[in-house]
Design a protein around this ligand. Structure first.
Ligand code: HEC
Length: 138
């Protein structure tokens, strides 16, 4: 987390949209964010078996099956919208996303490649989280 914040600040200081956008996504940093913000519900391994499941009305999704459930293509847009709150789900805080302040990022946005190859701008923490989620697909 500290690295993410420092990285974001460094990006802002360099003033570099280009510098930040050029950095590769960091799945390791994404894992750290996942453990901190998502594992309680979605489980340590992402299978939807976190410690919070007992008190939730809705079962958290199995995040290791996102691609499998979408005919093998990782549903980037849907995932990003879910995390940043543009596609609100109650357990994530609805219109006021639980993660907003944490995942907004401090530096420049990162361009991910969308379904048709078009750029999708997201904050660095979300880019890292997505990299991690891609890694755990089975
Ligand atoms: C408070 C519990 C909770 C936390 C914390 C949480 N989620 Fe969820 N999440 C849920 C529930 C419950 C659903 C299923 C809700 C639904 O389908 O309407 C869900 C659904 C999702 C989906 C949609 C999956 C699908 O089937 O399309 C994604 C993606 C997701 N979560 C990612 C995350 C990420 C990434 C984090 C951490 C930044 C996170 N969630 C943190 C409870 C949580």
């Amino acid at each position: 987390m500290r690295n993410v914040i420092l990285g974001g600040l460094a990006g802002a200081v360099i003033g570099g949209t280009v510098a930040s956008a050029a950095m590769a996504q960091d799945a390791g940093a994404g894992r750290g964010l996942y453990d901190r913000f998502c594992a309680a519900c979605h489980g340590d391994s992402g299978r939807g078996d976190g410690v919070m499941t007992g008190v939730l009305t809705l079962a958290p999704s199995d995040l290791t099956r996102l691609a499998a459930r979408a005919q093998g293509a990782f549903p980037l847009m849907a995932v990003v919208r879910r995390i940043d709150g543009r596609d609100p789900i109650l357990a994530h805080g609805g219109e006021m996303p639980l993660f907003g302040p944490w995942l907004d990022g401090e530096g420049a946005d990162v361009a991910l490649s969308g379904p048709g190859g078009q750029p999708v701008m997201v904050s660095r923490p979300i880019a890292d989280l997505v990299a991690y989620l891609r890694q755990i697909q089975r």
